[in-house]
Design a binder for this molecule. Sequence first.
Ligand code: HPA
Ligand code: ZN
Length: 324
Amino acid sequence: MQEFLHALPKVELHLHIEGSLEPELMFALAQRNGIDLPYATVQEAKDAYHFSGLQGFLNLYFQGMNVLRNEEDFYDLAMDYFKRAREEGVVHIDMHFDPQAHLQRGVPLEVVMGGLLKAKQEAEETLDLSIGMIMAFLRDRPAEEALHVLEQAAPYWKLLDAIGLDSAEQNNPPAGFVDLFERAKQLGLVRVAHAGEEGPAEYIQEALDLLDVQRIDHGVRCLESNEVVERLRSEQIVLTVCPLSNVSLKVVEDLRDHPLPKLLAEGLKVTISSDDPAYFGGGMLTNHLACAEAFGWDEAVFRQLTCNAIEEAFVTPKRREELL
Ligand code: HPA
Ligand code: ZN
């Protein structure tokens, strides 16, 4: 199974590039940029990565990305992950990134985009890896700010595949972001949103009804509403499920309790991603291996999940043909 899962050409639909910042690179960038870290050693950083929920993680996630200052830092961050993912047999990644988290720290959008786009181009030219770009907006920040950033991103609209909605979910419902998502639709951008990770099943329905999203990131709490499950099944809306993330953030106690088998049994269009691999215990291969062990899935299940991801990935028709 290990060999099969390594060789399986895996497609990752849900990855926050800032969450791929390994402590080793965080230390190297801190030194390069003369920044003090709250950790004395790499091991100390790793030891701090124990979370009781999403907010505790987000605090360290925003703190960690403080070492990203220059274009080169964003390039190194992305290339470091792309190379690692490729070694794990990943062939496509739809990458979320959080411009507001950088603008807030005084890092210009051009710096973020310059570094990430350079890494994307190089990965596509030299690693046989395709990359999708999802500009994500922070749902615990004002919607007006998000709209302003989307307008500011005009020079990059053509280079984006989608906008997303992430950060603290509870009490920050999709309904607050209708104008942002309407504007994105007007610009011809696909819409995706995190929903039903820590928030209730109703947020999934809201994201579909009010934001007209094409994907639900996470979505595991859909099982709390028959109506939502039925909607996801009949429209075959893809769920980008992140098993080890859900364990780390205590969405589930243990991977063996994870609703993934139930989601599949319900006939939902499920995929597997790593979310924030540097913080949640591993990348795509590790997530796949953990599922094989926890659920006893055979090769056919993993082939189906990969096929689901290929169908939904932000790729050209030609690339989709290559991947199928
Ligand atoms: N959920 C919400 N926001 C995030 C996450 C997540 O798992 N990772 C990075 N931003
Ligand atoms: Zn996520």
